[in-house]
Design a protein around this ligand. Structure first.
Ligand code: GUN
Ligand code: ZN
Length: 428
């Protein structure tokens, strides 16, 4: 058993646009008690210390803030080396940057090298769980699973399915995509903390036969995830309407192919209507809000309140390399601006929720991660208000924890991540 002493903040529910105080718990002088990789308790330090065995090891992080590990609901590990590629919107960006970058993953050694760097970068940024796109190559999924497993991380990933409207070198087909995904599910899903996501890139790069095969696989493995893109860019949406004239909407294409169900996570969701949201809610689909990507690729503005009001599970995604940072703090800061532009609010506590418990809910993992309820897995981050001289100065001037957290979200980088713990182990 070990205990960590610091300020502690975690969410119990969605604080909403009004930052409802009953939705989160804050202990200014807190203690997080961990045993065998799980949370035993989180509470007031003085009180908990009086109840613990006197020989309990206490790590002192005085002045710092412990929050649950960040959860990235949408990221592409093979796009690490094309972050910040200039001057294109989605379809052009895919052809100019993403597809050529992904072709390099035909080399398994290269895939392993990038996967290792990617996992280290996640941990450097305080991210302890992610839902990850590979490339079309099955060994890309092996590479990222192996790298995550070596750190004991909870990670969900999949090989991409794509058989049309893309370079020849990146195509599988309905049959091989199905068989390769099935083999990867058998190899990785449920191994340690790893999970598999059936990963059709988007409806534009999969034939109806491939979408149907993916849907068949999803019905054979109901506890496997589904991970794809949806309604990100207007050109894309128009092209989907042309290719699938019998579908009411883009979401309906996925629904008609058996790809809308619980544990299905859709990145972006920018150009959708109330009927789509009602359908997504009823079927248990979740949305990944990817603000840095949506701004960088000029895609549009995510309407978070419309999705939450419809009862849809939502988490933040970095969407690197369309997104510009692996940091969920930076991502939260851009989310604030995206919502501000639409006359909505994003209090710091709701931003924290979207990066932790909300994201865990979007991944249907809220029984395992996302906050410090006793019995959950001990994934957490130690935030340092004094990571830079500017954050030290700005947070010292803040009066409440909400104000301090908001300043940190606005200004933080990886200097403000003092430590990252996975399964109770300090991994960075
Ligand atoms: N839609 C289909 N593929 C991609 C991708 O790689 N990145 C983003 N942002 N959107 C996509
Ligand atoms: Zn993406």
């Amino acid at each position: 058993m070990q205990a960590l002493r610091a300020s502690i903040l975690h969410c119990l529910a969605d604080p909403g646009e009004e930052s409802n105080q009953s939705a989160y718990e804050y202990f200014a002088d807190g203690l997080l008690v961990v045993d065998e990789g799980h949370i035993v308790d989180a509470g007031d330090a003085t009180q908990l210390l009086s109840e613990l065995p006197s020989d309990t090891a206490v790590i002192d992080y005085a002045g710092k803030l412990i929050v649950p590990g960040f959860i990235d609901c949408h990221v592409h590990f093979p796009q690490l080396d094309i972050i910040g590629s200039y001057g294109a919107r989605l379809l052009d960006w895919l052809n100019r940057y993403a597809f050529p970058a992904e072709e390099k993953f035909a080399d398994p050694d290269y895939a392993h090298e990038v996967a290792g760097v990617f996992i280290d970068e996640l941990l450097t940024n305080g991210t302890t769980t992610a839902l990850v796109f590979g490339t079309v190559h099955p060994h890309s999924a092996d590479a990222v699973f192996e790298a995550a497993d070596a750190k004991g991380m909870r990670l969900i990933a999949g090989k991409v399915l794509m058989d049309s409207n893309c370079p020849e070198a990146l195509r599988d087909d309905a049959e091989t995509g199905y068989a390769d995904s099935k083999a990867l599910i058998e190899r990785w899903h449920g191994k340690g903390r790893l999970g598999y996501a059936i990963t059709p890139r988007f409806a534009l790069t999969s034939s109806p036969e491939q979408l149907a095969a993916a849907g068949r696989l999803a019905s054979e493995y109901p506890d496997v995830w589904i991970h794809t893109h949806l309604a990100e860019n207007m050109e894309e949406v128009d092209e989907i309407a042309r290719l699938f004239p019998d579908s009411r909407s883009y979401l309906d294409v996925y629904e008609q192919h058996g790809l809308l169900r619980t544990r299905a996570v859709f990145a972006h969701c920018l150009h959708m209507d109330d009927d789509d949201r009602a359908s997504m809610s009823v079927h248990g689909g979740a949305a990944a809000f990817c603000p840095t990507s949506n701004l960088f690729l000029g895609s549009g503005l995510f309407d978070l309140p419309a999705f939450r009001d419809a009862g849809i599970r939502c988490g933040l995604g970095t969407d690197v390399g369309g997104g510009t940072s692996l940091s969920l703090l930076k991502t939260a800061s851009e989310a604030y601006k995206v919502l501000h532009l639409q006359e909505h609010a994003l209090p710091a506590t709701r931003a924290l929720y979207l990066a932790t418990l909300g994201a865990a809910e979007a991944l249907y993992l809220e029984d395992k991660i996302g906050n410090f309820a006793s019995g959950k897995e001990a994934d957490f981050v130690v935030l340092d208000f004094e990571g830079s001289s500017l954050t030290a100065r700005r947070t010292a001037a803040a009066e409440t924890i909400e104000e301090k957290l908001f300043a940190l979200i606005t200004l933080a980088d990886d200097r403000n991540i003092a430590a990252t713990y996975v399964n109770g182990v300090n991994v960075r």
